[in-house]
Design a protein around this ligand. Structure first.
Ligand code: AMP
Length: 417
C-alpha cells in the first residue's frame, strides 16, 4: 500500500470518468444558459458566519463543517453547499433582479462516507433571487426535470410539498411540537434528540420505529393560508401543464428554517433509500436578509453530481466514453519531423497524439490503435528524405496512401470528414 492515499470520503476522478463529469456540467450549463441563467463562481471558502446564518440547526453546519482559523485569524469554512455563497454574493454586489444564476463545483461535509455519500462531492445548481411568481417555481423545477431527461434518466421521481408562509409554518411547527411531545415515548432515541432541536426535522426520520408516530402527525396542508394554498395550487397546475409528473409528499419539509412555500426533491429510482435523493431545493425568504441584504425571495435547487451519475450507471444511461484523438503520429525517424508535424496538425485543429522514446514500429502501432485514432501517419527516414508520408486508416478497410508534405493536412482533413 502506498504511503499516501486519498483521505476518507475523497476520491480521484480519473479519465475517462473525468470526461463524463465535464460532459455532465456542460449539459447542465447548456440547459440552464438556454433559460437565461448566468454562471456564478463563488470561492470555495467563506467566513464561517455565512454558513451559520443559513442553518444553525442542521447537522451540515453544526457537525459536518470543515472549518479552521486562517493565518489572518479569520474563522473560515470550506463550503458545505452553495446557496449561502450565492446569497452572500447577492448582498455584496446587489445585482438587478430577478438574478438568475447557476453554479457547479465541490462542497465539503464531514459525513460518514458510503456509496453515494462523500466528504467532497460535486453539485450543480441554480438560484433565482428577487421574484416570487409561482410560475418561477415551475421553471426552476422544470429545468431540473429537463436536465435529468437530457441525461437519459427515466426513473427519477419528483416529490413536491409546500411549507406555506412563515406564519403557517410556525403554527404547524408548534402543533408538531405538541404532538411529538405527547407521543415522545413512541419515538426513537435519535428522534427524541431531534425533537429537542427542531420538531420539523423529526418528519425527516427514516427510522422504521418512527413511522407510526409520524403517520399520525399534524399535516402542513391544514395550516395553509389562502395565499399559500393558491401559490401551491398554481405551482401544481403549472407542472401539470408542462406534463411533469409529481407526487405531493407532505413529509418533505427540508429542515432549514428559511424555506417557504414550494419544496421539492428529485428521487432516483434505483438508489438505496438513504441515498436516493439526487437533488432538491425550494423557495426561501429571509436568507438574503439574514446576510445583511433587503428582504428578497429566492428559489433554487442543487443536484448531486456524484449521486446522479450513480443513478445513470444504474439505469445504463449517460455512460463514460473515451475521448479518442483523430490522428496518431508513428515515427521511426528520430523525432524532429514527428514533433513538427504533430504541432502542425494540432494547430490545424486536428486532435493528435504520438509516441515517444523511439519505440518499435509494432509497439507504436499498438499505441495508435489504443488511442482510438482513425488515422496513423507513419514517418520513417525514407519518408523524411522523400518528404512524403504514409497515411494508414486504422478503422474500416480503406487502403493506406502516400501523401506529399504539402498535401498532408488537406488529405487528413478530407479523410476525417
Ligand atoms: P442538499 O444540499 O443536502 O439538499 O443536497 C442536494 C444534493 O446533493 C443531494 O440530493 C445529493 O445528490 C447531493 N449530496 C448531498 N450531500 C452529499 C454527499 N455527502 N455526498 C454526495 N452527494 C451529496
Amino acid at each position: 500500500m502506498p504511503e499516501f492515499q486519498t483521505s476518507p470520503g475523497m476520491r480521484d476522478i480519473l479519465p475517462p470518468e473525468s470526461a463524463r463529469w465535464r460532459r455532465f456540467v456542460a449539459a447542465f450549463a447548456e440547459t440552464v444558459t438556454a433559460a437565461g441563467y448566468g454562471q456564478i463562481i463563488p470561492p470555495l471558502l467563506e467566513d464561517i458566519g455565512v454558513f451559520h446564518r443559513v442553518g444553525e440547526a442542521t447537522d451540515i453546519v453544526t457537525k459536518e463543517m470543515y472549518d479552521f482559523v486562517d493565518k489572518g485569524d479569520r474563522h473560515v469554512a470550506l463550503r458545505p453547499e452553495q446557496t449561502a455563497s450565492v446569497c452572500r454574493a447577492f448582498v455584496q454586489h446587489r445585482p438587478a433582479t430577478p438574478w438568475k444564476v447557476w453554479y457547479s463545483g465541490p462542497n465539503f461535509r464531514y459525513e460518514r462516507p458510503q456509496r453515494g455519500r462523500y466528504r467532497q462531492f460535486d453539485q450543480v445548481g441554480i438560484e433565482v433571487l428577487g421574484a416570487n411568481d409561482p410560475y418561477l417555481d415551475v421553471e426552476v423545477i422544470s429545468l431540473g426535470w429537463s436536465f435529468f431527461k437530457r441525461l437519459g434518466l427515466q426513473q427519477v421521481q419528483l416529490h413536491l410539498n409546500s411549507l406555506g408562509e412563515p406564519e403557517n409554518r410556525q403554527n404547524f411547527v408548534a402543533a408538531l411540537q405538541t404532538y411529538f411531545t405527547d407521543n415522545i415515548v413512541r419515538l426513537s432515541d435519535a428522534s427524541k434528540t431531534t425533537l429537542a432541536k427542531n420538531a420539523l426535522r423529526v418528519l425527516d426520520s427514516k427510522r422504521p420505529e418512527d413511522n407510526e408516530v409520524i403517520a399520525g402527525a399534524p399535516k402542513i396542508s391544514d395550516f395553509y393560508s389562502d395565499d399559500a394554498r393558491l401559490h401551491f395550487e398554481t405551482v401544481q397546475s403549472g407542472l401539470r401543464a408542462l406534463n411533469i409528473p409529481f407526487t405531493v409528499n407532505e413529509k418533505l419539509v427540508r429542515g432549514l428554517d428559511y424555506y417557504r412555500h414550494t419544496t421539492f426533491e428529485f428521487v432516483g429510482g434505483t438508489l438505496d433509500s438513504a441515498q436516493n435523493a439526487i437533488g432538491g431545493g425550494g423557495r426561501y425568504d429571509g436568507l438574503v436578509e439574514d446576510l445583511g441584504g433587503p428582504s428578497t425571495g429566492g428559489i433554487g435547487f442543487a443536484l448531486g453530481l456524484d449521486r446522479t451519475l450513480i443513478a445513470c450507471d444504474d439505469e445504463g444511461v449517460f455512460a463514460p466514453s473515451p475521448s479518442p484523438v483523430d490522428v496518431f503520429v508513428v515515427d521511426t525517424a528520430g523525432g524532429l519531423e514527428a514533433l513538427i508535424i504533430t504541432q502542425q496538425l494540432r494547430d490545424a485543429g486536428i486532435s493528435t497524439d504520438r509516441s515517444y522514446e523511439n519505440k518499435s514500429m509494432k509497439s507504436q502501432m499498438k499505441a495508435a490503435d489504443k488511442s482510438g485514432a482513425r488515422i496513423a501517419i507513419i514517418i520513417g527516414t525514407d519518408e523524411v528524405s522523400a518528404q512524403s508520408f504514409v497515411l494508414r486508416p486504422l478503422r474500416g478497410d480503406e487502403q493506406q496512401s502516400t501523401i506529399s508534405r504539402s498535401e498532408l493536412i488537406p488529405s487528413i482533413m478530407k479523410a476525417l470528414l
